[in-house]
Structures are given as C-alpha cells and as structure tokens.
Design a protein around this ligand. Sequence first.
Ligand SMILES: C[S@@+](CC[C@H](N)C(=O)[O-])C[C@H]1O[C@@H](n2cnc3c(N)ncnc32)[C@H](O)[C@@H]1O
Length: 373
Amino acid sequence: MRLVAEMEVPGILASAPNPEKGLTIDEISRETGVNAVKFEGILRLLVSQGWFRESQPGYFANSRLTNLVKKGSKTYFLPTYMNNLIHQVSASLPDMINHSDPEFRHSTDHSKTAFQLQFKTELPFLGVNSWLANNPSDAYGFGQSMGAVGLTSDPGILADFPWEATAEGKDAIIDVGGGQGTLCCSLAAKFPHIQAAFIVQDLPETRDVAERFIQSQGQSHRVKFQAHDFFEPQQRKGKNVFVIQRVLHDWTTEKAAQIIGNIRDVLDEDSCLLIIESIIQPSYASPTGPSFRDSLQHLGNKFTSIPPPPFIPVDFGDSSRIQHQVNLCVRVFCNSCERTLPQFEEMIKVADMKIKKIHGTRSWESITEVITT
Ligand SMILES: C[S@@+](CC[C@H](N)C(=O)[O-])C[C@H]1O[C@@H](n2cnc3c(N)ncnc32)[C@H](O)[C@@H]1O
C-alpha cells in the first residue's frame, strides 16, 4: 500500500484517457519506470483485496477504495506512515512476548516493548520525553495518522450519542489527549448550534499539527488547542463535557486511573466525562444460541452483549478485527491493551469512579459515561 501510495498510482490511473478502463501494466510501467512483471503481482494482490479493479483482462483501474490512498487525501498518512511503522515494530512482537529475560516478558513498563527492541531505544513511544517528542517529523506523521483513524470512527460516534443535549448549557467540550483535534472538528462541523467552546488538550509538540488541521477544517474560531499534560491537575473547571478518546488504552490500569482521576477532581454535577474506546468481547462460538431474529432483537442504543446465533462468535468474528488489531498495536508500542468489560470496570474503580452508562455506537468504539462515586 505504501508503494502504490508513494508512486501515486491512484493519480496515474485517474488521468488515464478512460479512467473507467484504466491502464495496462506496460502503460503503468512506462509512466512510473518500475518493472512491469514485478509490479503486476503487487497490483493483482491489491485487486483481490478491493484496492484497485482489473476492469478488463490486463487493464488496471481505480476502485472506490483507491481514494483512501490518494496523495492529498485525509487518509494518505495511514499507508505511507502509520502502517509502515506498525509493520516494522510488529516484526519484534515475538521477541517482546517471548523475550529471553522473564522480567521483560512480564513487565508492564512502556519502555519494554517491541518498539524499543526494533528501534534500539530506551525512550517510550509516546508521552512526555518520548521518542515522538524527540522526533518532530514522526510526531507530525503520527498526528496525521491519528486524524485519519478518527475519520473511521467519527461518523458512528457522532450519530449515536446525544451530543447536542449533553453540550446544552456547558462552557466547553474538552478532548483530553485529543491529538490533532479530529473529533472536536467533526463535532463542531456536524453540530453548528452547539454553543460550548471546543478545546483540544494535548502535549505542546502536538500544537503545530493540531492548529494546522483545525485551520484546514475552517474551525479555528470554534476549536482551540491547549497544551496540557494529562498527568498534571486539570486546569479547566466549570460546566464541561470532558472526552477522552483512544488514550487510556495506551496506559496501564494505574496510569489510566491517574489520568481520569485528574479529570474526576474537577467534575461536579454540571460536568461529565465520556470515555470513547473499544470494549473487547470474547471470541468463542457455541453450537447453540438464539435464532438470528431473536439475536437482533437485542440491538439497541446501549452497550449490550448481543447473544450470538449458533456458530457465530460472541465478538462477531471478523467484524471485530479492527479492535483486535488496535489491541496489538497498543501492545507493541505502549505495552498496554484494549480492555475487556471487567478490565474497563477495574480501571474506573481504581480511579474511584463508576460507570453510569455504556452507549454502543455504529463505530468500532463505545462511549462510556463515567461518574464520581
Ligand atoms: C493514541 S493518540 C489519540 C489521539 C486522539 N484522542 C484520537 O483519538 O485521535 C494518544 C494521544 O495522547 C497524547 N498524549 C500522550 N501523553 C500525553 C500527556 N502526558 N498529556 C497529554 N496528552 C498526551 C498524544 O500526544 C496523542 O495525541
């Protein structure tokens, strides 16, 4: 994917005399200078996964998916930066899990991961004084990639939660560890009537990528960046909606509890905390279970374990692939994980809080409302 994205194959096929028909492998080879025989096998594999089409024997054309890897598209950094980094680091996953030192194998330290093994560094991947903090171009690539991931989850997150009612009468919606501000920008664009300010809190090195992104979305007047270390006391007090998305999965239970504890300290009856993150379900399948019709009766606008029909896994198999993939990503980079419901409850209990409600969404993540005990 990195190869075709960097070679700008989508653009080359889009400028073919007939883009529906596309180009032959020899024509692509003439345009790009790569070896036709070597490149054809790569294109065929990508066709089999839907990334391109073979419009007629020997002709390759763009598919709808190709737009995702087009230069200039919002998702361009996934094939060209993040997936590449994930592939490099994943190569050391076996050496992390089965490390010769038992202390390393059982460590929960975020400096004892596949990332440090692969990159031969002592620095943790992200956070204060991390590898990202010391490598601005990587911080930029990572910020852009997180923004692209946001595009995959924002539609469901926005559609399946009462954002306008929750923001009513509030001073601000504050996205803690909000990266480049994708969620705030998506919320601001979809809900023009929300009066509350949108604040993206993240480390100072994220400011540049965040402010550029917010400006590119035309939201600089409503969405503001604020440098804030979430291990320090929360500075924003008042009537606020705190949101924390895809952050707690980067940290151990104790550290994650510390992060939400700092938000808990400023919560009162006029403010709330929403955790947006996946909840991992078991993957076993049983030969017994309700009919499809009865199973679907359990679907509703709240998190619930839907009883699977016979031979369908509890996590609905491949539908939960992204959650399991992200689970391993945070393992290789941060020595942490996506949580199961009991692990989620444990983290919230350690922070001396409790779950009010878990909202299932059509995204791959749930929205968990958390309150003080
Ligand atoms: C996995 S990214 C998630 C970003 C964003 N919430 C999203 O969903 O796209 C984790 C974010 O936490 C930020 N972060 C890490 N350590 C932090 C700290 N100590 N204080 C504030 N933000 C931090 C990183 O800069 C990064 O933007």
